[in-house]
Design a protein around this ligand. Structure first.
Ligand code: DGL
Length: 268
């Protein structure tokens, strides 16, 4: 199949959290056209079963493939943790996932090979980060912690709030006790908590932002495969969601870091 570099990058997530990945892509690859899909009607995925997540993920990947994307990016850590293979099996175009990207960045960042990973309960229970890290660094020790309250706290906009700080201190206590030198932010929402988490973990712990790691991986893949769009005309950004919930615009723009236009609602 001949792929044209002008075809868009397809990015998807359980909701609007994946806009952190879109934002990183826009910064890193400013000429790329992007189509985003966020399953806002069925979010959150982080507490759902593997079967349900795999089913929803298939539907979304097929939708984006119909939009003629040149690469599929699984921006949602939860989907990447339990359904990345499902997407790879059905996709004729390259598939990148945020866990692989975060794992590579963590192995590059760590000196002591003591790595912490935080994410949703489904991501943490899947052990996907630990497996991905250990393929590259078999001597690495991984300490994982589910932080389910972070998603609603970020959506509430409590990015620098005392309640969030106390919650983080509580969740991260066992991880801190392991003297890790690197912490993977294994959820779309956590990059927004970076300053607070850095403060709780201390300045010596490196935070791996999986959104930035994903953008770096995408840039490398496009360059390797000769798929980088070098056409400097204004890129097209399209956003598809399955619902427009209360405060959608405000929350979306917080994640994206700019105004959110061209939003289409898909009714399934
Ligand atoms: N996008 C999800 C993730 O990165 C967080 C939100 C959810 O639970 O669906 O794990």
């Amino acid at each position: 199949m001949k792929i044209d570099p002008k075809q868009p990058i397809g990015v998807f997530d359980s909701g609007i959290g994946g806009l952190t990945v879109v934002r990183a892509l826009m910064e890193r690859l400013p000429f790329e056209n992007i189509v985003y899909f966020g399953d806002t009607a069925r979010v959150p995925y982080g507490v759902k079963s593997v079967e349900t997540i795999a089913h929803y993920t298939t539907q979304i990947a097929e939708f984006l493939l119909e939009k003629q994307v040149k690469v599929l990016i699984i921006a949602c850590n939860t989907m990447a943790a339990v359904a990345a293979q499902v997407v790879r099996d059905l996709s004729p175009v390259p598939v990148l996932d945020v866990i692989e990207a975060g794992a590579i960045a963590a192995v590059e960042a760590t000196r002591t090979r003591q790595i912490g990973v935080i994410g949703t309960p489904t991501t943490v229970n899947s052990n996907a980060y630990a497996r991905a890290i250990q393929v590259m660094a078999s001597d690495a020790r991984i300490y994982s912690q589910a932080c389910p309250l972070f998603v609603p706290l970020v959506e509430e906009g409590w990015l620098d709030h005392e309640v969030t700080r106390l919650t983080a201190q509580e969740y991260l206590k066992p991880v801190l006790a392991e003297h890790i030198d690197t912490l993977v932010l294994g959820c779309t929402h956590y990059p927004l908590l970076k300053p607070l988490l850095q403060n709780v973990m201390g300045k010596d712990v490196k935070l791996v932002d999986s959104a930035e790691a994903m953008a770096a991986r995408t840039a490398a893949l496009l360059a390797e495969q000769g798929l980088t769009n070098t056409d400097p005309t204004l890129p097209r950004y399209e956003f598809y969601v399955t619902d427009v919930p209360v405060k959608f615009q405000t929350i979306g723009e917080r994640f994206l870091g700019r105004s959110l236009n061209h939003v289409h609602v898909v009714k399934w």
